[in-house]
Design a protein around this ligand. Structure first.
Ligand code: DQA
Length: 146
């Protein structure tokens, strides 16, 4: 069975309460529930982690290969724009990664227009709310199956 690691970065635990005009009312549990349904239909297994800590995210990516992970779906949240460490972890891990964002990072503040992660990701999906995750999981499953 293919194994996908789903990683949610900082503050995404607050979805549903946080800046709802930007991120909507969807909660992280609802997003995870939708991803689990897709995974069930496609017969893949998911490991889902949310962390507010850069080093913990680096550690989870760093152990993914040894755990048999075939692809990574990641919303690096604010670390998208700042974290060389997460970028290097993705580059080093030898597993394809799909970067997703709920909001369209290119239509927001200028500091969000740069993703340090995008150059080492297989691709990026940005701006479709919770659908970004669903599309991202479909892409991650395709990559995992190659
Ligand atoms: C985000 C966009 C980031 O710029 C922001 O820091 C987030 C969420 C998104 O999903 O739209 O926390 O990754």
């Amino acid at each position: 069975m293919l194994k996908i690691l789903v990683l949610h970065g900082p503050n995404l635990n607050l979805l549903g309460k946080r800046e709802v005009d930007i991120y909507g009312k969807v909660t992280i549990d609802e997003i995870n529930g939708a991803l689990k349904k897709i995974a069930e239909n496609k017969k893949v297994s998911l490991k889902i982690v949310q962390s507010n800590h850069e080093g913990e995210i680096v550690d989870v990516i760093g152990t993914a290969k040894a755990e048999g992970t075939n692809a990574i779906l990641i919303n690096p949240a604010a670390y998208t724009h700042t974290s060389v460490a997460i970028r290097d972890a993705i580059a080093a891990c030898g597993i394809p990664a799909v970067e997703v964002h709920l909001s369209n990072i290119y239509s927001r503040e200028e500091f969000r227009h740069t993703s340090l992660i995008a150059p080492v990701a297989a691709g990026q999906i940005s701006g479709f709310g919770k659908t970004s995750y669903a599309l991202g999981l479909e892409a991650a499953i395709e990559l995992a199956d190659r």
